[in-house]
Write a protein that binds this ligand. Structure first.
Ligand code: F3S
Length: 414
């Protein structure tokens, strides 16, 4: 790779051991992707903020970087951790996990990260601008940043994100290059879509077809909300290895079909209609019994508008005593929900607003066994995708009204 003088000085260790090691990681990555040079980044979102992702080795790595004087030179935010800082005991998290998570969070904060502990950094102050090169981890956030905001990022893993935050560089490859950002596959949406569950079905369908390619959608209305587009992003990143999408007339790099495809013809054209939506609903709503014991909303982390909707749907109701309901969000959004009285309504109904974590990044298999959960009920295609394999829980998948009804009655109605 062609490095600048400054980058060579980083690689030679002139700026300290943590930066030397970090640059070594970035150069190795760049060489493996045939990158010609580095690109400067000033904004990093770290995926490796939970001990479930990093393991003890990752905690030690972050601690050693910090002890050797490492310091992030970028505006850096962090993904969810393995626990809710305030409620971890009440939620059933083990003491040893809390201790290890505390070490990791502490090391990242001392290195210079803002510990926002959310997968929706774009809702709470970290929203890069159109064309800005960034280094983000967390598949749903990466897809949202590339597609909806028009920023440029690859999917950074734990070590590469940390290295980018230390050096302010990433290899110039993949989605940093304009020529790699065009669509390959056209998906014509022929039915009206409403709510995150419908967008989750579309994303799950498109992710399965696209693999690593970029899908282009027509038929998504320009009234699609940020919550619906985040549901679409999360679903795309779970059934496929998609890094961005275009929605013609909606997302900034797709004012028209020709621009979205870079003047080329789509390699594949498919339709998403009632039949395809039903297929996805059947795939994600796979628990045969009507049992409901754990309800999880807020994946990706709920916005204040979603929390307002959930609280309106729960107002004056009581959640079945055999059902646990979590609403996952960031501490920042919860602060607004507290002020608006939404948290109070949800808690009076028997639910919990859970911050800083999510089931995929928490030691959930142990937790589910300890709490006796057997079925996970959710409106998130991403959560429904991971639940059977990762926590051993089959899933009910549906829209918010259906889910609130299930939480109250303790039964899933088909
Ligand atoms: Fe966020 Fe966890 Fe879902 S990180 S996208 S709430 S799986």
């Amino acid at each position: 790779m062609q490095l600048t003088n400054y980058e060579n000085r980083m690689l030679n260790g002139e700026m300290g051991e943590p930066i030397r090691k970090a640059m070594e990681i970035l150069v190795a990555l760049g060489e493996s992707y045939d990158a010609k040079r580095m690109v400067e980044v000033r904004n990093v979102h770290l995926a490796g903020a939970s001990i479930v992702v990093t393991g003890e080795a990752g905690v030690k790595f972050a601690e050693s970087m910090q002890c050797q004087g490492g310091c992030f030179c970028t505006r850096t935010t962090s993904n969810p951790t393995a626990l809710d800082c305030a409620k971890w005991r009440e939620l059933g998290i083990a003491e040893k996990d809390a201790e290890l998570q505390g070490r990791l969070t502490n090391a990242l904060a001392k290195l210079g990260a803002q510990i926002i502990s959310t997968c929706t950094p774009y809702f709470v102050g970290n929203a890069p601008r159109l064309g800005e090169h960034v280094a983000w981890g967390e598949s749903s956030a990466v897809i949202y940043a590339n597609s909806v905001l028009g920023a440029r990022t690859n999917r950074e893993g734990g070590p590469s994100g940390l290295a980018a935050a230390l050096c302010g560089r990433v290899p110039e490859c993949g989605f940093h290059l304009k020529e790699n950002r065009y669509g390959k596959l056209l998906i014509n949406v022929t039915i009206p879509l409403s709510g995150v569950t419908d967008y989750g079905c579309l994303g799950y369908f498109a992710g399965m077809l696209s693999s690593q390619d970029t899908p282009v959608f027509t038929g998504i209305p320009d009234t699609a909300t940020p919550d619906e587009l985040k549901g679409l992003s999360a679903a795309l990143g779970s059934s496929g290895a998609v890094t961005m999408f275009h929605a013609v007339g909606v997302t900034p790099e797709a004012p028209d079909l020709e621009t979205a495809f870079g003047g080329k013809k789509p390699e594949t054209v498919v339709e998403f209609g009632e039949k395809e939506k039903k297929m996805m609903l059947d795939k994600l709503d796979r628990e045969e019994s009507s049992d409901v014991d754990w309800v999880m909303l807020g994946c990706p982390h709920a916005s204040m508008f979603e929390i307002a909707d959930i609280s309106r749907a729960l107002e004056g109701k009581k959640i079945n005593p055999d059902v646990t309901l979590w609403v996952g969000t960031s501490i920042q959004v919860k602060t607004i929900a507290d002020r608006m009285g939404y948290t109070d309504i949800i808690e009076k109904a028997g639910g919990k607003v859970v911050c800083d974590t999510c089931p995929v990044l928490a030691p959930t298999r142990d937790l589910a066994q300890k709490m006796g959960y057997k079925v996970l009920t959710t409106n998130s295609a991403k959560m429904a995708h991971y639940s059977p394999g990762q926590f051993g829980l089959m899933t009910h998948y549906g829209n918010i009204d259906k889910i609130i009804d299930a939480a109250v009655t303790g039964k899933w109605k088909r």
